[in-house]
Design a protein around this ligand. Structure first.
Ligand code: NAG
Length: 197
């Protein structure tokens, strides 16, 4: 009866895992073909208070539309911080929002209602709240599959001349993480040695 496992949390859990296992890349090209996933993660970057996202998307096609007038404001790209994603996830699970694009915790970059029948767009989005952001795509239309070619660049503007810096702001903490990781490894090796004696 009511003991059937709910598939929704499992789906969201897998979305979360993809979210956290994303490697960071600063300029990325990817193609999406007949994809039904409700959320597609693209890229992750640490913005300073002068962050920019350049997004060029072409060959956009939606297939299998049961509805002749789909609400395309429910399909599009957004930025979300890691910390906010947990809360967006809760909002979705609790039914406070039905689409990640409707959440007040995400930054909408482009929704497909602005395409007005076109098949491509280019946009530049400025971000002034420094944080680690992920670029994601949401498709909240059930049964609609999306195809498109996506080119994205995420960078920070540096100095007076506004040079482009493609090195993520978060990267500076990585050496410390590796240091602790190596400490951990050394400790576990010691442990193994002692037991062998
Ligand atoms: C996006 O398109 C513009 C105009 O064609 C180009 O200058 C820019 O380099 C492109 N950016 C990416 C990330 O492909």
């Amino acid at each position: 009866m009511s003991f059937a496992p709910r598939p929704f949390p499992i789906l969201l859990l897998s979305l979360l895992t993809t979210f956290f296992s994303l490697c960071s890349a600063e300029i990325r090209s990817s193609s999406v073909r007949s994809d039904w996933r409700p959320i597609i993660p693209f890229d992750e970057f640490g913005f300073t208070h002068k962050g920019r996202l350049e997004l060029n998307v072409s060959k956009i096609a939606l297939s299998d539309q049961p509805n002749p007038n789909p609400d395309l404001s429910k399909v599009g790209f957004f930025l979300c911080t890691r910390d906010s994603w947990i809360h967006v996830f809760q909002q979705l699970e609790e039914g406070d929002v039905r689409c990640a694009l409707d959440s007040n915790l995400v930054k909408r970059v482009y929704t497909f209602d602005s395409l007005k029948g076109g098949h491509e767009f280019s946009t530049v989005f400025s971000e002034t709240d420094a944080d680690q952001y992920t670029l994601l795509f949401a498709n909240c239309l059930q049964q609609v599959k999306v195809s498109m070619d996506v080119k994205s660049a995420m960078y920070n503007l540096e100095g007076k001349e506004n040079r482009r810096d493609y090195l993520s702001a978060g990267k500076t903490i990585l050496p410390r993480v590796y240091f602790f990781f190596s400490l951990g490894l050394r400790c576990s090796c010691r442990f193994v040695d002692l037991r062998a004696l």
